[in-house]
Write a protein that binds this ligand. Structure first.
Ligand code: BGC
Length: 744
């Protein structure tokens, strides 16, 4: 009895909400009651998601109780009409859940997720997701198929744009922030939308960066890399739903992967939300050669633990027969429906099935646009700033060139279904409207779009450039070149953009290149030739305004690369947190042209690197400059020998030595030097944003719980192993003083 009192005391003391617990229990009871009443047909209906393509047919299907969800309705009247049929014209009145890909904004478009990750600012990212939820929910959407938290180490893969880049820790932090933003404080709030972490799992590791392709991830790699953000999403953000992936890993398509869905997701992580397949990924298991026909595909997906089927209709077609044939059990079906209903109850759909649809009051609100501008400013990475050419003062003649200077559609990026380009502020528009009074801005696109190969206007551009004080050249890729199924094998600038840059360089007018793209592009030559380079990703509705603010010093860049920039495609995959080889290159690698003719077989040292492009990337993970410059003081450790339950404190002074106020993102990396398995040469474990006034100095402290050093070792169990560790804190993954400590 005493023990029970103590537990209750602890629960209350630590703010555990007994009401919420009760309401969870109540929800389960309500589901019990509902499940008892449901016919088999009604059950099957809940597991079926329709696409909004043909709503007239859908209305009939809904009326027959054969749909639990519709994907991509964006008109509140149609949503209410469909909902009314489900609630008022079906026997049990179970509401529908409306889903949509609200990826980086709904109407107000924020930078692509890869750009958002570059902000290293989870607070802002959470706010952006909140805005997206507020705008989307006003149309009836209560479920987004986001965030995509696939680890993406290959920029050829078009969907890298939708990811948070290559790092499990950064992706986890950003994923959790996005989920919290979408789902709000309470899922039952009408402005909350259920998040869907995707794609479970390993989709980003597609062979050669070709979308949908095969992966070969081992269980240990899953647990130490690819699953980390998903586990965090489930455990730290109350994630409502998960989507399976298209890829087959080691021969098993994700929608039929019982080990991932049952053993890991349900048993180990205790996930209580529901699992949806990706678009027709169940029937695609036939194409994979994993199932003979759609019927077997339904069987395998159900038994693996896919609760809802996105659009391919096999559940509706085959569940009854599969039950009769005892290939699936009614217990499994009931459990899967329970998962779906639980989310519907949590969203408050039974109490509030309809939407007000006050879209005019909500879309593109000033505060939404301001947030989009701020996040874009914080996502733009300054890659080069020779002789502090940036920021520049106002009294200049500025020549603005390039296909991305005034491309309102392109700068929104991939996965934008609802944002409208007539709301976009392009760089040209912002430069003219915000800074045009004191500057003479001359615009000539020269190329109409990124792939344009017409050089007719090169001469005209050269003449304009000769007369100008500075050239702003907006290059990059159109939004259609990244995103789903838009992989590329060549990451050089498209068309003749590079030639345009070379032509303009010849005029000797200082040249600032601004790249807008959905992925890292191989721009080594262009960086060398430009005096300054800003990497703006696809920055969204307010991107132009953010770029203009940075150029004129109204905003100081702080973003850091969430992904390594390779020098060329041949270097891919290239990521900072790789394992060591037995023969690591020491940085003194040879240049191909310096190799003597008839050099003897072993004379080059037999190290792990490319003879023609070395070991170094163009820019490392975490890299990004500022108009300020920061000096890191010596690292002081609270202890050098620690127990597993202790917290290591690392302090240092950080000084802004420049005349601009600026924010530095200090990054903490560790290396577990020897363990039961080989571990990465560096791993990001924490970061902090520190804002300093000109010449200001601050004491910065990082707290690193030793439990954060846990990994899945030789016995496949996650734990911290005793031993020696190196630690760095610096401005990117290649910088920082190294210190060491030991865990006992
Ligand atoms: C994509 C998913 C997306 C779904 C619905 C699929 O093709 O892979 O990420 O959520 O379509 O639009």
């Amino acid at each position: 009895m005493k023990k029970l009192h103590y537990i209750v005391f602890l629960l209350i003391f630590f703010g555990y909400n007994i009401n919420a617990q009760n309401s969870d229990a109540q929800i389960e009871k309500k589901i019990d009651i509902l499940l008892k009443k449901m016919t088999l047909k009604e059950k099957i209906g809940q597991m079926n998601q329709l696409s909004a393509d043909d709503m007239e047919t859908n209305f009939k299907v809904i009326q027959q109780g054969m749909a639990g969800s519709v994907l991509s309705i964006t008109n509140p009247e149609i949503a209410n009409k469909a909902q009314k049929i489900a609630v008022e014209q079906t026997r049990l009145g179970i509401p529908l859940i409306f889903g949509r890909d609200v990826i980086h904004g709904f109407k107000t478009i924020f930078p692509i997720p890869l750009g958002q990750a570059a902000s290293f600012n989870p607070d802002l990212v959470e706010k952006a997701a909140r805005v997206a939820a507020i705008e989307a929910s006003e149309t009836g959407i209560r479920w987004t198929f986001a965030p995509m938290i696939d680890i993406a180490r290959d920029p050829r893969w078009g969907r890298i744009a939708e990811s948070c880049g290559e790092d499990p820790y950064l992706t986890s932090v950003m994923g959790v922030a996005m989920i919290k933003g979408f789902q709000g404080k309470d899922l039952s709030d009408p402005s909350s939308i259920a998040a869907c972490a995707k794609h479970f799992a390993g989709y980003g590791a597609a062979e050669g960066g070709r979308d949908y392709n095969t992966t070969a991830i081992t269980e240990r790699q899953f647990r130490n890399v690819y699953l980390v953000p998903f586990e965090e999403a489930v455990k730290k953000a109350n994630l409502a739903t998960i989507m399976t992936a298209f890829n087959a890993n080691d021969g098993i398509p994700s929608s039929g992967n019982e080990f991932l869905l049952k053993q890991i997701l349900r048993k180990e992580w205790n996930f209580k939300g529901f699992v949806v397949s990706d678009w027709a990924s169940i029937t695609e298991m036939v194409d994979h050669g994993f199932c003979t026909d759609n019927k077997e595909a339904a069987e395998k997906a159900i038994n693996a633990g896919v609760d809802m089927e996105m659009v391919s209709g096999t559940y509706v077609a085959y569940i009854e027969t599969l039950l009769q044939e005892k290939k699936i059990s009614i217990e499994t079906i009931n459990e899967e429906i329970r998962n779906i209903l639980r989310v519907k109850f949590k969203l408050g759909l039974f109490e509030n099935p309809y939407v007000k649809g006050n879209t005019k009051d909500v879309f593109y609100k000033e505060e939404h646009l301001n947030l989009a501008e701020k996040l874009a400013e914080e996502s733009i990475v300054l890659l080069k700033n020779e002789a502090q050419i940036l920021p520049f003062n106002k009294s200049k003649t500025i020549a603005v060139f390039g296909p991305l200077a005034d491309a309102p559609h392109e700068q929104l990026g991939t996965w934008v279904f609802d944002g409208e380009k007539n709301h976009t502020i392009t760089p040209l528009k912002a430069l003219k409207e915000k800074y045009g009074k004191d500057s003479n801005i001359i615009y000539e696109p020269v190329l109409k779009y990124s792939r344009d190969k017409d050089s007719t206007n090169f001469d005209k551009a050269r003449k304009i450039a000769q007369e100008a004080d500075v050239v702003l050249l907006f290059l990059g890729e159109e939004s259609i070149l990244s995103g789903e199924a838009h992989s590329l094998s060549d990451l050089n600038l498209q068309g003749i953009q590079s030639q345009l840059l070379s032509a303009l360089v010849k005029t000797k007018t200082p040249l600032i290149t601004i790249v807008m793209a959905g992925r890292p592009l191989t721009i080594e030559k262009e960086v060398k030739l430009s005096n300054a380079v800003l990497y703006a990703w696809h920055p969204g509705t307010m991107g132009g305004s953010a770029i203009a603010n940075i150029l004129f010093g109204k905003a100081n860049p702080s973003a850091k690369l969430p992904v390594t920039f390779p020098k060329n495609v041949g270097q891919i995959p290239m990521y900072y947190n790789h394992l060591n080889t037995g023969r690591p290159a020491n940085g003194s690698e040879l240049n191909l042209t310096n190799i003597p003719v008839e050099a003897s077989q072993t004379s080059l040292g037999n190290k792990s690197y490319y003879l023609d492009s070395g070991t170094q990337p163009l820019f490392p993970f975490g890299f990004g400059l500022s108009y300020s410059s920061f000096d890191y003081g010596k690292l002081k450790l609270s202890k050098t020998v620690l127990k597993k339950e202790e917290v290591l404190e690392i302090s240092f002074t950080l000084k802004n030595t420049a005349q601009y106020e600026g924010t530095e993102i200090a990054q903490l990396y560790i290396r577990d030097i020897t363990a039961s398995i080989a571990l990465p040469v560096k791993e990001l474990k924490s970061f902090q944003r520190i804002t300093l006034k000109p010449n200001e100095e601050k004491q910065v402290t990082f707290k690193l719980p030793i439990t954060d050093l846990a990994f899945c070792g030789i016995d496949m169990k996650k734990k911290v192993e005793a031993g020696k560790f190196d630690l760095w804190i610096g401005s990117n993954s290649e910088k920082g003083e190294k210190v060491s400590f030991e865990v006992q």
